[in-house]
Every structure is written in C-alpha cells, then in structure tokens.
Design a protein around this ligand. Structure first.
Ligand code: GLA
Length: 371
C-alpha cells in the first residue's frame, strides 16, 4: 500500500459527561464533521506533515521523536513515538496532508480524531494491524503523556467504532458497548460553539480527574471497600461518607454518580423514543456540570438558558470537557434557522463575539480508502 485517504470523524456526546475516566456509561456518537488525511509512502527516514488548514508544515525523523514546542506537532510525533518506541513497529517514512473540517477546541474531539487518523493511516500504510482496543490505548498514551490531558476512552472509542445513525452506549470500565439507533424524528442535533477556549482547560480537567480519584480513595479507605472506579460506588455509600469529603469533592462525586444514572436512563428513553423525557435529563446534566462539577462557563450557561423558553428545543447542555466549546441542542427541524438567528444576535449583544452554529448528524467513525 503506498497511498491512502483516511477520514476521521469528530464526536458528540448525548449525555454522560466526565464519566468515562470514572468507569461509568457514556452515550456518544461519531459525526459527519471530519479530518481528512492523505498519506503517501516516501523514501528515506524523514516524514513530512502538512496541515492545509493551518497552512503549516513540519518534518521529523524516526530517530528523534522527542516532544516539540509547537503544540499540534506533538499529536503526530506522540503517535509515531508510541508505534516505534513502545510497540516496536518498523515503519516506512511517509508524507501526510491534513485538512480539518472539525473546529479545534469546540469539544467535539478534534484532538483524538487527529491522533486516531494518524495511527490508523500509518498502520494501514505499513500493512500492520492492531485491535481497536490497542489503538485506544495508544491514543490515550499520547493524550496523557504528550499533550497532558488525563482524559478517558470515550472519544477514541467513538471515532474507531462509530456507525452512521447510531449512538453508542459504552460501559467505560470494561469497554462493553451496544449501538443505540438514533431516531430523533423531526429533531436535529444543533451544536453552538461559544468560541471560548480556556487556556487552562487541561489543568482544570486534570484537577477534576484528581478530585474524583480522591473521593474514591477516601471512600475505599474508610469503608474498607475496593471499588475500582468512582461510578461503582453506590449513591448511598457516597452519602454515608459525606462528612469525610470536602464540600467540593462531595459535589464532584455526587455529580458523577447521578450523571451515570442519567446516562443509563437516557439510553432506555431513547430506545423507547421518549425524546422529551430525555431532553429533561440533558438540562439536569447541564445543571450538574455547571453547579456541582463546575466545568461550564458564562457563555455556555447563557446559550443553554436561551433555549429554555422554546418548546421546540427539547434539550440543551454543555458538551465535552467544558470551560468553553459547544452546547448540544435537540431542536425541531423547522425551528433551526429562527433560533440560530436569535441566539447569534443575543450572544453577540451579550459577549461581543460570535457563536458558531454547527448542524450535525451521526455518521460513520473512521474510514480508510485506498487510492
Ligand atoms: C474530553 C475527554 C473525554 C471526556 C470528556 C468529558 O473530551 O477527552 O475523555 O472525559 O472530555 O466527558
């Protein structure tokens, strides 16, 4: 194989936020917004990566895969470093042109999509096969060690497994999953990008991961239990241990346990086409993310609040890691234009910046075409 095209999708998450690294259930799906990679094998040891989107390029040699100063280069270098120095694979040099149709920092997983695309493309180019589980671990390793985000498996899993018109109910503790066909009737999935990017988002995200680990550790120590993930702790046990936890840590844990319960309920509701009940759970999820988990921001809260008075919007919440990024809204098809117009104006008046509407659909995750 000497030339190929990879298309790697973004992902949405219907509900189940900040749950993956706590070993609970999430309900994401891959979408029709993608990153496109054109790979070619080339002679020698030097690889050439061009981003047509950023209008930037860089070269690297397999013998020097140390961390780069330019942030986006590390996604690629980190992936290749893992394949060569941790999986001990022999790779041919390659060139890769990348065009992204996934907004960066919007909470629709442009980072995992980029790393998944590189890993899948390079493996295919070299006729090598690794299971999706191994690829997920590679992407996690790059995100944890090269990028510094101690995230979970939701994004990579969705990009690698996603199927058109389907959500995935994923049990993050053991990676068991089930497709949930999405039947949204006359509702559309509308994302509203706040265009806010918090530059300490990784630090704040990692703090949440640590706070959840603290909660788990304290509960296990004092109850003489051995729960392996926070989501395994029953709400009753959390409440019994409330006095041992600071208010902040209790709130984090309480959000996590209830969000996990909401996700399981949501999957049932969606299977029964009970969209309105599901919509209410989206609002509850947002409330918890904003007030207990504290990963929302003024702009996200504003966009969610704008939807409340509209009957034609049945659910809205912030989506992804938070501190900026998008809200996800379930909105009646014939109301989209009117609402977009209203919220773009209101957002501009309030914040003097634009919100970007992104109408999206569930589509296949990663695909490879040989050319
Ligand atoms: C980011 C992480 C995911 C997940 C979400 C929040 O997208 O990469 O692993 O934790 O935030 O649900």
């Amino acid at each position: 194989m000497s030339s190929l095209i990879v298309e790697s999708s973004g992902r949405i998450n219907m509900i189940g936020e900040h749950i993956d690294y706590n070993g609970g259930c999430v309900l994401p799906g891959s979408i029709d917004k993608k990153i496109r990679f054109k790979f070619n094998k080339i002679e020698g040891q030097e690889c050439l990566i061009k981003s047509l989107t950023l209008d930037k390029e860089f070269r690297f040699n397999f013998s020097d895969l140390s961390q780069r100063k330019v942030h986006w280069e590390n996604y690629i270098i980190g992936a290749i470093n893992n394949l060569i120095n941790k999986k001990f694979l022999k790779l041919s040099a390659f060139s890769c042109e990348i065009s992204s149709f996934l907004p960066i920092g919007a909470g629709i997983s442009s980072s995992s999509s980029l790393i998944c695309g590189i890993v899948k493309g390079v493996l295919e180019l070299n006729n090598l096969k690794l299971s999706n589980n191994k690829i997920i671990d590679i992407v996690l390793d790059v995100e944890h060690n090269y990028i510094g985000l101690k995230g979970g498996i939701m994004d990579q899993f969705t990009i690698l497994h996603g199927q058109k018109d389907n959500l995935i109910l994923l049990k993050c503790h053991n990676r068991d999953f089930k497709f949930i066909p999405s039947n949204l009737k006359n509702f559309k999935i509308l994302l509203l990008n706040t265009n806010v990017e918090h530059n300490l988002a990784n630090t704040a995200y990692n703090e949440r991961v640590n706070e959840c680990n603290d909660a788990l550790k304290i509960i296990n120590e004092h109850s003489n239990t051995n729960y392996d993930y926070l989501c395994k702790v029953p709400v009753k046990v959390l409440n019994k241990n409330r006095n041992l936890l600071s208010n902040k840590v209790y709130n984090r844990a309480s959000f996590v346990l209830n969000e996990n319960i909401r996700t399981i309920k949501s999957a049932e509701l969606l299977q029964k086409n009970k969209l309105f009940e599901f919509g209410s759970l989206m609002y509850e999820s947002h409330h918890g993310l904003s007030k207990l988990y504290e990963v929302s921001c003024e702009e996200l809260d504003f966009l969610v609040d704008l939807t409340r008075k509209h009957e034609k919007i049945i659910g809205s919440r912030m989506m992804g890691g938070g501190f900026g990024g998008c809200t996800i809204n379930l909105i009646e098809k014939d109301f989209v234009d009117q609402f977009v117009d209203e919220c773009c104006k209101a957002y501009y008046i309030k914040f003097r910046k634009e919100t970007t509407p992104i109408l999206t659909m569930l589509d296949n995750g990663i695909t490879i075409k040989k050319t």
